[in-house]
Design a protein around this ligand. Sequence first.
Ligand code: PMV
Length: 360
Amino acid sequence: MTEKEFIPTSYTAMENEGVVTYSSPSNIALIKYWGKLEHQIPANPSISFTLNECSTTTSVQYKKLETPGKEFSFELLFEGRSKEDFKPKINTFLQRVEKYLPFLKDYHFVINTSNTFPHSSGIASSASGMSALALCFMEIERSFLKEMPPEYFNKKVSFLSRLGSGSACRSNQGPIMQWGESTAIEDSSNLYGVVYPYLIHENFKNYQDTILLVDKGEKQVSSTVGHELMHDHPYAKSRFEQAHSNLKRLKDIFASGDLDAFITIVESEALTLHAMMMTSNPYFILMKPNTLEIINRIWKFRSQSKTHVCFTLDAGANVHVLYPENEKETVFTFIKEGLAPFCQSGQYICDQVGQGAKKL
Ligand code: PMV
């Protein structure tokens, strides 16, 4: 599909008012998106587990204006309270998607949003937040049309989410989402994420993700700045090639259920992401001493216990501990006793792979 196909030609019936609510989850990348071109076009393909518990719930109330405004008309509430400092980000999102949702200036919107995970936990809410918001606007658009094929709905949700925050395009569906053109995935696109279309071995069913909150502070480097640092990066070219080849390898691993090979790719991707930041100009170290302590303890425990626990990282100090469902008891005991002491205030969040957004 091309961008043009996301521009609607006309609406059949525009409701005067209404309200829609969606909950959309976060996702954790196994192959990382890091580096982009204009309009959030990814420099390499990525793939992620959709999460189940960490999510954003957003409701959008809409009311037709007597005369369409020159600017967007909206109020923004976070957990029921007005949140002025979130408004510029939403305004930018509305500007980027207006071409594809031409009704936006005809209405006044009240956007009310909340997260299931604690505010300032260091967990980015942009993926779940932008996805939930895109879903609400798409539900409104769908009500203006006689019919919209579900496949188109999902693609356009992902397309719009991407314009809010790249990784958000991998949140609306599950259990595994892929984004970015790759010769390994038929129908893959730079414009939106697709549900991973091939065989997934039982071993990956209900895969567990315990998120260790190592550092709950503000991100040291915003992802916008981080992506930009890949432009003149000395290792960018080989990094992008590596992501393509890792995706191909992961496809065989998903089919065969080879957990050792899975671990090798996932941990290497996490460390490569951080290596890119350590070798950019300017350079950053986003891991904290406890991030490293946790990684070392995971490696030691894995070799002693013969389990398949591994880690991945976002662009921050928190650690996502990944493990198969049938090893949950052993690994979770280890997390509580051996890893939680290295988390800020002993905090962690239990999550697992999920199926995507829900209409409420
Ligand atoms: O969606 P953004 O622009 O915040 O970028 C997120 C990038 C990573 O989380 C580090 C990796 C990924 O693929 O999700």
